[in-house]
Design a protein around this ligand. Structure first.
Ligand SMILES: [Zn+2]
Length: 158
């Protein structure tokens, strides 16, 4: 496992939502090869290969390239498609949408709204309330568990 990617990535920042516009030549030296391939060359990870696919922990998913907040765990669901799936992004600016007609299919590509990295695709066969399925490569996601305090608060409600 490559654990060096975040320490050397000066563009990774969870607090700053300013757009990140960095060339692939630069990214290539910062990101691990597997993240680079998917985020910058629109690759797809092997289905079923992500540790996040069945993850149920409460927390937040960030862009592994720039730290942008992408999804909350409460919008995650098990689609059985082989990739981590969500029905709604964290905010309107989390994600941008682009038509993708590659491989003879009409799909909608989703990219990070902050650094324009490729994340995956969105399909219209998701659960309510949105009916959408954001099918995301786990390689380009960073997960952080919710604070202990939040969890205790959730527990009190039961
Ligand atoms: Zn990003």
């Amino acid at each position: 496992m490559d654990t060096s990617k975040k320490t050397s990535n000066v563009y990774y920042n969870r607090e700053d939502s300013k757009k990140v516009d960095v060339s692939n030549d630069v990214w290539k030296n910062i990101l691990s090869p597997e993240v680079y391939k998917i985020a910058r060359e629109k690759g797809t990870e092997r289905p079923g290969s992500s540790e996040f696919e069945y993850k149920k922990d409460v927390g937040t998913y960030y862009c592994a390239v720039c730290g942008n907040t992408l999804f909350k765990s409460d919008t995650k669901f098990e689609s059985g498609c082989g990739w981590p799936s969500f029905y709604e992004p964290f905010s309107k600016t989390s994600i941008i949408y682009l038509p993708d007609n590659s491989y003879g299919m009409k799909r909608t590509e989703v990219q990070c709204g902050k650094c324009h990295s490729h994340l995956g695709h969105v399909f219209e066969d998701g659960p309510p309330p949105t009916g959408l399925r954001y099918c995301i490569n786990g390689v380009v996601l960073d997960f952080e568990k919710a604070q202990e305090a939040e969890k205790k608060f959730d527990g009190k409600k039961e």
